[in-house]
Design a protein. Structure first.
Length: 54
């Protein structure tokens, strides 16, 4: 299953997240790949994100 289908977002949304650095990715050929841990960080509560930075 493609990430955009799993998250129910558009291709443009994934591209915006890549450009903004919110979702690190690797391109191999014409396909983009994402680490599961990076996808999970997108949905981490803000409190957890702040804790990680200290």
């Amino acid at each position: 299953m493609y990430l955009k289908q799993l998250l129910e977002v558009s291709t443009d949304t994934l591209q915006n997240w890549r450009i903004k650095g919110a979702l690190p990715s690797k391109k191999v050929g014409s396909k983009w790949y994402y680490k599961k841990v990076d996808v999970n960080k997108l949905f981490e509560p803000e409190e957890e994100k702040r804790r990680r930075h200290y």
